[in-house]
Design a protein around this ligand. Structure first.
Ligand code: GN1
Ligand code: MG
Length: 549
């Protein structure tokens, strides 16, 4: 392969000029903002993906174009490392530098710095696979990406419209083919077959749970969930897919989807379930899922990521014990947004080690890798379970001494296949929850009784510059603006079971305030007092919301 052609990059880049006066930030989930501001960023991410692949000896890098649960007019782009992880942290700063280089000359300078810094062999081949969600801005951004990939001379593979986790899956499969970590057939059909087959094994001999209604946020999850269910026998799973209109503009995530349901704690538009029925909502790129049901008294009950994580964690622990594999350690990873009751339940009742890490999949994923079996879920419904290579080999090769042990081992084997270990995956997590319900023969209401959530509230505060907020202690303590944390602590102290923290969002231009307390009234009071404090003392803008105290 020839070296990088910097002249070609300069010419190509001129077709994708960076807008003036915009500073791009690489946040929790890559670059994300209004789609019409992303052309130059996506072009440059193409170059970055090519460089990353060269650095990793030609391993395949994934690029996903999506803005997940954001508004339809937003879009975003993120890189997927070879085994399905998010882009390595050491590259994030360079990603931002590439995006912010104002001229073509500056862009080339940054590329040269990256080549030098990472000692990249320019002549190495580079391979990139990419996909997008159903957003109308997707096709034009894919063209910008392809231009970037051609500029750097990468081999390109268009995976089409896919869910984010499907792209992570296929990237991992392509890079592990023929190795002991071989993850599966690197195709969309391979993905469905793997999940469907594992589900069948996981629920073998158990009767089917009642039908599940799914709000798919009018996004890519709608098409892909329908395809998945075509691979699964109706006798073992019945899914009714709703909010599946991906054609009408303006419907994506509008008054529906996992983020809407979690934030507003109410049913999405287009879904009416009766007492005793259960439903789930996906987000715009189908990497999150939350469940819910209507209680006998007609109230809406959310079964969020914390609940799913706790359910999955306790089920796995029981299976590991029943399998006679107690040597395998199981741990759970959460973020500061995890409900205090879930942490208490896991640590004190289930006696599971729980770690708390900063928001964002990359932190959760890496922490979960420290356990033989690491369960991680964000409260918003993003999560998965990781099995270490040692645990995988042990579970694969174990022979039970009794039929009960053998049954538990076989179910663990099935779960290992069922769970998309490359990233949180709404479709795989849906099957996981359904498999647990079938195995336990429990209703969702029964699962929900494991612990009672503390009332909680998440509030957004718009400020002039969210980058002045700096945190520590897994984002639970503010270091800057100086003095603010002390004032938050003073407010928290007034409330029974009170807890509150403030951090800048990595995906939206806002600061988030989270609070929980013994009653909803007290919790709201605490949340809006802290929000008011942040607004008044740290550059609140755009009009002080009435509810702020
Ligand atoms: C409170 C919250 O839900 N934060 C979300 C949100 O991140 P922020 O950095 O808070 O904007 O989007 C991330 C990407 O989807 C997700 O990982 C995270 O959990
Ligand atoms: Mg998402």
């Amino acid at each position: 392969m020839a070296s990088i052609n910097y002249d070609k990059i300069k010419t190509d880049a001129a077709q994708h000029p960076k807008p003036q006066d915009i500073k791009y930030t690489h946040g929790t989930a890559g670059f994300r903002m209004k789609a019409d501001l992303l052309d130059s960023v996506v072009y440059r991410v193409g170059i970055l993906a090519g460089l990353r692949s060269k650095k990793l000896d030609g391993k395949v890098i994934g690029v996903m174009i999506t803005a997940s649960h954001n508004r339809e007019i937003d879009n975003g782009v993120k890189l997927v490392d070879p085994y399905g992880e998010m882009l390595h942290q050491s590259w994030e700063g360079y990603a931002a530098q590439l995006a912010n280089a104002q001229t073509e000359d500056e862009l080339v300078e940054v590329i040269k710095i990256i080549v030098k810094e990472f000692d990249i062999d320019e002549t190495m081949t580079s391979k990139v696979i990419y996909a997008r969600d159903t957003r109308p801005s997707g096709p034009a951004l894919v063209m910008a990406l392809e231009d970037g990939l051609r500029s750097i001379g990468a081999e390109i593979n268009d995976f089409g419209i896919k869910t984010t986790p499907q792209l992570h899956y296929v990237t991992c499969c392509l890079n592990t083919q023929g190795t002991e970590k071989s993850y599966g057939e690197p195709t969309e059909a391979g993905y469905y077959k793997k999940l469907a087959n594992a589900y069948r094994r996981a629920v073998e001999g158990k009767s089917r749970p009642s039908p599940l209604y799914v709000d798919s946020a009018n996004g890519v999850g709608a098409i892909k969930l329908k395809e998945l269910t075509n691979y699964i026998d109706k006798d073992i799973l019945e899914v009714i897919v709703l909010n599946d209109d991906i054609k009408t503009q303006g419907k994506l995530n509008h008054l529906c989807g996992a983020d809407y349901v979690k934030t507003n704690q109410r049913l999405p538009l287009g879904l009416n379930i009766k007492a005793g029925e259960r439903a789930a909502s996906l987000d715009g790129d189908a990497d999150r899922i939350v469940y819910y049901f209507i209680d006998d008294d007609g109230t809406f009950k959310l079964f969020d990521g914390d609940k799913i994580g706790s359910l999955a964690g306790s089920f796995i622990i029981d299976l590991v014990k029943a399998a006679g594999l107690e040597g395998i350690n199981v741990g759970v990873v959460q973020t500061a947004y995890a409900n205090g009751s879930s942490t208490h339940y896991l640590e004190k009742v289930m006696k599971v080690p729980v770690s708390c890490v900063p928001t964002g999949v990359k932190y959760l994923h890496h922490e979960a890798e420290k356990f033989d079996i690491g369960v991680y879920f964000e409260a918003n419904g993003h999560g998965t379970i990781l099995f270490s290579l040692t645990a995988t080999k042990l579970i694969r090769s174990s022979k039970g001494e009794t039929p009960e042990q053998e049954d538990a081992i076989e179910r663990l084997r099935a779960l290992m296949e069922l769970i998309n270990q490359t990233v949180g995956d709404a479709l795989s997590d849906l099957l996981l929850v359904e498999a647990i319900l079938a195995n336990r023969q429990w209703t969702l209401k029964r699962c929900n009784e494991a612990y009672k959530d503390l009332p909680n509230r998440l509030v957004k505060v718009i400020v002039t510059d969210r980058h002045i907020f700096k945190t520590t202690n897994a984002e639970r303590t503010l270091v800057e603006p100086a003095g603010l944390q002390g004032k938050i602590d003073a407010l928290v102290k007034k409330y029974k079971d009170g807890r509150s923290f403030v951090r800048p969002s990595g995906t939206e231009d806002v600061v988030r305030v989270y609070a929980e307390a013994a009653t909803q009234k007290e919790c709201d009071e605490l949340a809006y007092s802290v929000a008011g404090l942040v607004y008044d003392e740290a550059g609140g803008t755009g009009g002080r919301p009435d509810e702020f105290l």
